[in-house]
Write a protein of this length. Sequence first.
Length: 151
Amino acid sequence: MNKVVATNRKAQRDYSILETIEAGIELKGSEVKSIRAGKINLNDSFARFEGSQIILYNTHISPYEEASYLNVEPTRPRRLLLHKNQIKKLTGQLTQRGFTLVPLKVYFSERGFAKVELALCKGKRLYDRRETIKRREMELEMRRILKSRRK
């Protein structure tokens, strides 16, 4: 069973998710302890292809207090660990216009490794977001009506 540490709720609202991929993340020791304590923020973070690897940007991992001088910069770029064929597939899709790699959640696997669930996304337009909100509100209203009828 995986222990989810952080989720990116903004990504679900702002992007339409086409595909999800699990990736490892290269961390320093104090960063792992901070993530275990839940001190990670995925808002506004994204991944980009550079050279022959995929790098995660703008992920804020707060410094671990007990690590003193061994702490690293909170928003440093972090390398994602993927197989070569996964990277090739993703780069082919990322070269198409409008696609982005966004982290959805960070969790620890059964073996204790920190993992990131990446999503290949296409940005939603403003009217698409409004439509999603309307649909969600209508479903909520229907549930309320059904619940009141059962009583």
